[in-house]
Design a protein. Structure first.
Length: 546
């Protein structure tokens, strides 16, 4: 299914923003040119947090696995434009499954790792998914068991596959299956015209009342990757270290796409401690390591490899730290699943504010076509300004399985023209330049609108009202807290509250790190919860934090 009209696609191709190569063709191009080059490497501690021992594959080895797995997908009955879900941590197997699905002309929907069973069921059902690939486990959580339960609830799923060595009964273990089949599977050649214009992925928003599907073709993704590469100025075949789950614009756009487009090596990491991330970057002599903005100062001191560049992910809250770095840095501003903007950080260490409008290269210099245009619409008196995005990396919302997905109440964005998204995201700006996307304290990375979480906390029987808020943290970057007001005559029990949230299947990212018990919630003049005052209160009254 084409993501855009032919006229629209040709315009971007003439500008040089789009090409005729799909993501898996980018990989195959490198595999043919440098088959013995290291392509993908598991983290050395992989066995601690998911099934199977760590492995490394060259481009030639990986390409053969991708080809066989793509042939397997087509052989079992998954046809072009069928949707296949993918929920797995950063492993070689996960990347190969992703590229194999694309080579088979499937549409991949990478699902956030923190999503529970009910979130997965709702998402896969809304887009008519036919297949689902899940890891056996992520740390102590048995994702494979959840996937089996998803299949029991969602009868439209034809196939549920497992990655790892602890795959439960009811799932097809892909590694074992491919080993038994051998090299007999042959993938029919794709006869799609303009394949790079077809939908490659469906990702999911984090802002808004409900997660909303964003459809991107291969060219949307390459535009996002190009936005980073213009700022990085890397040598040939660079080494990327990616600690983000490959489930959205942050993991795919800032990690996988630059790797595919440069033909380098992708080193995968599952974040368990900052020291392990720094040691991993030093050990593999990473040319680029991705990290949350608030952690870069510590990471900068801990990485011994002098040539490493740190790509700092700066979103809503907390703000980027000003710091005179030892290593080169690029600030990556991610606007939910809508768009990203990258700017090289000056040697002074202060992140660059950037004006709205067309985004080109470093410091606003025009270098090639604009990959995204950021517009700020000033609200009427008493209303906040809002962001809209236009350009080659901006996704669409329509999917043939779901009608009117951009017309649902509480959505984060709406298409107001081809390649144009009008969003509810509010800018963090000074009236002329932007520092990041989103108002700090109102959006939580990976969760979205905090007001949507308030009702979840308030549904606990012993709580009259509640509010979620974000507290900056020197290690994690940001932690989610809950402020609760007890029902008169009741004393809420912290352990029972957490057990309640778990039993309700609340999104793991929405479970608070700590709970603050108050007699009332602080409010602003217009009646809204004053989350900034809540954040300050945790610093003054640590004894009141359960």
């Amino acid at each position: 299914m084409k993501a855009v009209s032919d006229t629209f696609a040709e315009t971007y191709k003439r500008q040089g923003a789009w090409s005729d190569l799909t993501l898996d063709q980018l990989f195959k191009k490198t595999a043919e040119a440098a088959p013995d080059r290291l392509a993908i490497a598991d983290a050395p501690d992989k066995a601690e947090w998911t099934g199977g021992e760590p492995r490394q594959v060259t481009y030639g080895e990986a390409d053969r696995e991708i080809e066989r797995l793509a042939g397997f997908f087509r052989t079992v009955g998954l046809a072009a434009d069928h949707v296949i879900g993918l929920q797995a941590p950063n492993t070689v197997d996960m990347v190969i499954a992703f590229l194999a699905a694309l080579r088979a002309d499937l549409v991949v929907t990478p699902l956030p790792l923190h999503w529970r069973q009910k979130n997965v069921v709702a998402a896969l059902n809304s887009i008519g998914a036919k297949g689902f690939v899940a890891a056996d486990r992520v740390e102590t959580r048995m994702v494979g068991n959840d996937a089996r339960d998803v299949a029991a609830e969602l009868f439209s799923l034809r196939f549920v596959f497992g990655l790892g060595k602890e795959v439960p009964d009811g799932l097809i273990e892909l590694g074992t299956m491919l080993a038994e089949i051998g090299d007999d599977l042959i993938l029919p050649a794709s006869d799609r015209p303009s394949a790079s214009d077809h939908v490659a992925t469906i990702s999911w928003t984090r802002s808004g009342a409900e997660s909303q599907p964003m459809t991107r073709c291969h060219n949307h993704w390459t535009a996002a990757g190009e936005a980073l590469l213009r700022e990085m100025e890397l040598d040939d075949a660079p080494r990327f270290l990616v600690p983000y789950a490959l489930s959205g614009l942050t993991g795919l756009g800032t990690g996988v796409l630059p790797w595919l487009m440069t033909g380098g090596s992708l080193h995968l990491h599952h974040p368990t401690s900052l020291k392990r991330l720094a040691d991993h970057a030093t050990a593999v002599k990473a040319d680029v390591v991705l990290a949350p903005g608030p952690l870069v100062a510590v990471l900068d001191q801990a990485i011994a490899h002098e040539k490493t560049m740190i790509a700092a992910w700066n979103v809503a809250s907390p703000r980027a730290t000003n710091y005179t770095p030892r290593h080169r840095m690029v600030d990556v501003h991610v606007a939910d699943e809508f768009a990203l903007v990258a700017h090289r950080r000056p040697e002074t260490g202060t992140p660059v504010n950037f004006p709205p409008g067309k985004q080109f290269g470093s410091a606003g210099r025009e270098s090639g076509p604009a990959l995204v245009e950021v517009n700020v619409t000033k609200g009427e008196e008493g209303q906040s300004a809002q962001l809209s995005f236009e350009g080659p990396m901006v996704p669409g919302l329509k999917w043939h399985q779901g009608a009117g997905l951009d017309d649902v109440a509480g959505v984060a964005a709406k298409n107001v023209g081809e390649g144009v998204l009008e969003t509810t995201l509010k800018p963090d700006w000074d009236g002329e330049t932007l520092q990041s996307f989103g108002i700090p304290g109102q959006l939580a990375p990976g969760i979205g609108d905090l007001t949507a979480i308030d009702d979840v906390y308030s549904s606990y029987p012993d709580i009259a009202e509640a509010a979620a808020f974000v507290v900056e943290d020197g290690v994690m970057g940001a932690r989610l807290y809950a402020a609760v007001v007890p029902t008169p005559g009741r004393v809420p029990d912290a352990k029972a509250f957490f057990a309640f949230l778990d039993a309700q299947g609340v999104d793991l990212a929405a479970i608070p790190n700590r709970v603050l018990v108050l007699q009332s919630l602080p409010r602003q003049a217009d009646g809204r919860v004053d989350r900034e005052r809540l954040t300050l209160r945790t610093q003054r009254l640590p004894s009141k934090v359960a």
